[in-house]
Design a protein around this ligand. Structure first.
Ligand SMILES: NC(=O)c1ccc[n+]([C@@H]2O[C@H](COP(=O)([O-])OP(=O)(O)OC[C@H]3O[C@@H](n4cnc5c(N)ncnc54)[C@H](O)[C@@H]3O)[C@@H](O)[C@H]2O)c1
Length: 281
């Protein structure tokens, strides 16, 4: 712990870099804010949860801005704050997201769909647009990381609206990586799965009633990964975002990094095939 109260890792993998993290006030975003700061980054926390966001930003010597990612002007202001504070922008993690619009496609409520698309997809477009402008102007390249989801890889994991919003991000990072590579700007996304945050917990509660958060973590650990008893954590996702933010990932762009303990890679329905059986003579 340094005299300014910020806990720093010895490696300092983002020393001197300036990062914006949307949806940074809690959950995966908050874990990433702490990890980036402990690795030497100057972090702007951008969220709509002002009290949580201010407290977190103060605790890491960062900055907070009220930023509703569905509003383009708010994202533009977040980028301006980073530039006014440190004169550069190296990283943006477009992490803010929301869920809902559950139910049958035959009854889907288009107002709810529009709200989810406005945050999950247009929020990411706003982030890429304004961060890329600043990065191109800065001529130092940059790393843009967007939050997709396991729900974009296989059906049946989230509402139709959430699924399509996250699917579109996987396409968008490819076209953006294609255009921005000439400026040394890498554009990637990450796809977490089953991490017990407020979003996941409220999702479970919509179907299972007032179930304890601890119980949800247990269900998640049991059913959401190939790694027996091991569910995903906010730290797992933050570690992946950190990797993509660093120069260690300097040759990785247009990529979807899946953080799901192998869940979307294989079905365990036929796992008995892998048990050795005695040969009957
Ligand atoms: N938890 C999981 O298992 C999981 C799986 C796949 C993808 N994700 C994605 O990870 C990201 C983070 O989610 P989380 O699990 O930490 O959930 P969370 O609900 O704890 O965090 C979401 C954050 O986004 C913020 N946010 C919501 N709407 C916003 C808006 N309009 N403008 C600015 N900020 C806004 C919230 O205030 C909150 O701080 C989301 O994009 C989510 O879709 C999560």
């Amino acid at each position: 712990m340094e005299s300014d109260g910020i806990k720093r890792s010895e490696e300092q993998r983002l020393k001197g870099k300036v990062a914006i993290i949307t949806g940074g006030a809690r959950g995966i975003g908050a874990a990433t804010v702490k990890l980036f700061a402990s690795n030497g980054a100057y972090v702007v926390v951008a969220d709509v949860l002002d009290e949580l966001g201010v407290n977190l930003a103060n605790s890491i010597g960062g900055r907070y801005i009220h930023c509703d990612v569905s509003k383009e002007a708010d994202l533009e202001s977040a980028v301006k704050l980073a530039l006014a504070w440190k004169g550069r922008l190296d990283i943006i993690f477009n992490n803010a997201g929301t869920s809902g619009a559950d139910g049958s496609i035959t009854n889907v409520n288009m107002n709810e769909v529009n709200k989810i698309i406005a945050v999950n997809l247009f929020g990411v477009v706003h982030g890429i647009k304004h961060a890329a402008r600043a990065m191109i102007e800065g001529e130092r390249g940059g790393s843009i990381i967007c939050s997709s989801s396991s729900a974009a890889i296989m059906g049946g994991l989230a509402s139709h609206a959430y699924t399509m919003s996250k699917g579109a991000i996987q396409s968008l990072i490819k076209s953006a990586a294609c255009e921005l590579g000439q400026h040394g700007i890498r554009v990637n996304c990450i796809s977490p799965h089953g991490v017990p945050t407020e979003m996941l917990i409220s999702g479970y509660r919509r179907f299972l009633g007032d179930i304890e958060a601890e119980e949800i973590s247990k269900i998640s650990a049991k059913s959401c990964s190939l790694l027996s008893g091991r569910g995903g954590t906010t730290q797992d996702v933050a570690a992946a975002a950190l990797f993509l933010a660093t120069d260690e990932a300097g040759f990785i762009t247009g990529h979807n990094l899946v953080i799901d303990g192998g869940f979307t890679e294989a079905s365990t329905n036929m796992i008995h095939m892998y048990q050795d059986t005695k040969l009957v003579k």
